[in-house]
Design a protein around this ligand. Structure first.
Ligand code: NAI
Length: 465
């Protein structure tokens, strides 16, 4: 067993962990990263954000080619055929390029990578288990837990890694299911449900709540649901799934108040749980809360001095960019004593078509908190660039404080919303008023002009409607 000493040992090389490692190395720390998987990048790069976005892109192209969108542009094609194997291969190539890129970054920043399962042997002692034994024992001034999350399941749902599976399996189906039942109308359910719908599956989405995309602005979510229904997603809202299992050559999903649904495959997308298995937290003197998360203070310090935690394993939205912000901030806190994450301006993006993006408070939250606000809204159909793209669904909604005009929330359902939310987030980060956005010159013709028009609409003076 080799012994090594580091200033910082990071457990987990997902977006939070690997960016923390790079920032710490930039600040002069000697950093080691322990990762149990062969490839770096964690869930996001290997079985999450990146492969799903690759498939969303490919499936959208297939859908456009098969539904006459190319023809509308005056592009004639012959018979359109799906080569699913090639589509999956491209996805794997995208993942490989990015994960090997992180290995390159580690080399550049002289970060030592340890392959194996990290577990505590004391508060600032980490063993790396590989094969049958302990390959390394690391001592560190600081340890950062960035072990992320794993898919959640439900009582009565028998995950078999095949017919009844999670997003991990749904990124690799070798053929298009005849009928896919998705449990949960959150981010994963809608994104991967969209992928397989576009590739030809019948897709039924069963959701416990009476709405889709919990946490997003409810008025906008209800508009989005209508658009997704037109695309062929079949919604069963207000239905609690009580069981799912493979059954003969298919699967069956049981729910309260309705007949069971027989289908070919089931995707369970009911949230994720913090991942702390095998970490031996008790050896460090740590314990999780009732929801399996590691409690931390405002500077990502756990109850044990020198041990920190970030990302999906602590409280807050389970989003890669939230973990990244925390990773950079915790490295700066350790290295300089200064850092900050503004949790009020963490955007969220669901990569459906159109995309749904959000930052700040929803209208529901403002009402619940009794905050006085004005709202401005502008549809993409009145925007020139959207028309040239032939993507006319959706709108931007801006919520600003009634008295100060400070922007409190921006919600976008429309083409490239995931890109547009960057302007909205920056506006909120600098404390912009809706008037600031309205008076910012926006290039024409561009989609961000919809943001400007929505900002003008807060004051009742949109120009193009
Ligand atoms: P989610 O929390 O977004 O949605 C889960 C849904 O399942 C909820 O609507 C919930 O009401 C429903 N549900 C729970 N129990 C149920 C039951 N018994 N029957 C029917 N429905 C039930 O979780 P999801 O989609 O699994 O995503 C997991 C995490 O991954 C999320 O925290 C999300 O933020 C993150 N993620 C982010 C993405 C992005 O940023 N684009 C993409 C994919 C995932």
């Amino acid at each position: 067993m080799e012994q090594h000493a580091h200033d910082l040992v990071v457990i987990g090389a997902g977006p939070g962990g690997y960016q923390a490692a790079i920032r710490a190395a930039q600040l002069g720390m000697n950093v080691g990263v322990v990762e149990k998987d062969a490839s770096l990048g964690g869930t996001c790069l290997n079985v999450g954000c990146i492969p799903s976005k690759a498939l969303l892109e490919s499936s959208e192209i297939y859908s456009e080619a098969s539904h006459g969108v190319f023809a509308q542009h005056g592009v004639r094609t012959g018979t359109v055929e799906l080569d699913l194997a090639a589509m999956l291969k491209r996805k794997e190539q995208v993942v490989k390029a990015l994960t090997t890129g992180i290995a390159g970054l580690f080399k550049k920043h002289k970060i030592t990578r340890y392959s194996g399962l990290g577990r505590f042997a004391g508060p600032t002692r980490v063993q790396v288990a590989a094969g049958d034994g302990v390959a390394f024992e690391l001592t560190a001034k600081h340890v950062l837990i960035a072990t992320g999350s794993k898919p959640a399941s439900l009582p009565g749902v028998e995950l078999d890694g095949d017919r009844v599976g999670t997003s991990t399996e749904a990124l690799c189906y070798r053929e298009v299911p005849g009928h896919l039942v998705v449990i949960g109308a959150g981010y994963i359910g809608l994104e991967l449900g969209s992928v397989w719908r576009r590739l030809g599956a019948k897709v039924s989405v069963v959701e416990f709540l009476d709405r889709i995309l919990p946490g997003m602005d409810s008025e906008m979510a209800s508009e989005a649901q209508k658009v997704f229904a037109k695309q062929g997603l079949e919604f069963h809202l207000g239905r609690r799934v009580t069981g799912a299992r493979s059954d003969g050559d298919g699967a069956v999903v049981e729910m309260e108040g309705a007949e069971p649904i027989r289908c070919d495959r089931v995707l369970v997308a009911v949230g994720r749980l913090p991942y702390t298995e095998g970490l031996a937290l008790d050896a460090a003197g740590l314990a999780t809360d009732a929801r399996g998360r590691i409690p931390v203070d405002a500077h990502w310090q756990t109850s044990v001095p020198g041990v920190h935690a970030i990302g999906d394993v602590i409280a807050g939205p389970m989003l890669a960019h939230k973990a990244e912000e925390e990773g950079v901030a915790v490295a700066e806190w350790i290295g300089t004593g200064w850092s900050h994450v503004n949790y009020e301006t963490i955007p969220g993006v669901c990569y459906t078509n159109p995309e749904f993006a959000t930052v700040g408070k929803t209208e529901d939250a403002l009402k619940a908190e009794g905050i006085p606000y004005r709202k401005g809204s502008f549809p993409f159909r009145a925007n020139a660039r959207a028309r040239t793209l032939n993507q006319l669904e959706g709108r931007v909604k801006i919520l600003a404080h009634e008295h100060t005009d400070r922007v409190l929330g921006i919600h976008i359902f429309g083409p490239r919303a995931g890109e547009l939310i960057a302007e909205a987030t920056l506006a909120m980060e600098v404390g912009a008023s809706s008037e600031d956005i309205a008076r910012t010159c926006h290039a024409h013709p561009t989609l961000p002009e919809v943001l400007r028009e929505a900002a003008l609409a807060v004051d009742g003076r949109p120009l193009n409607i």
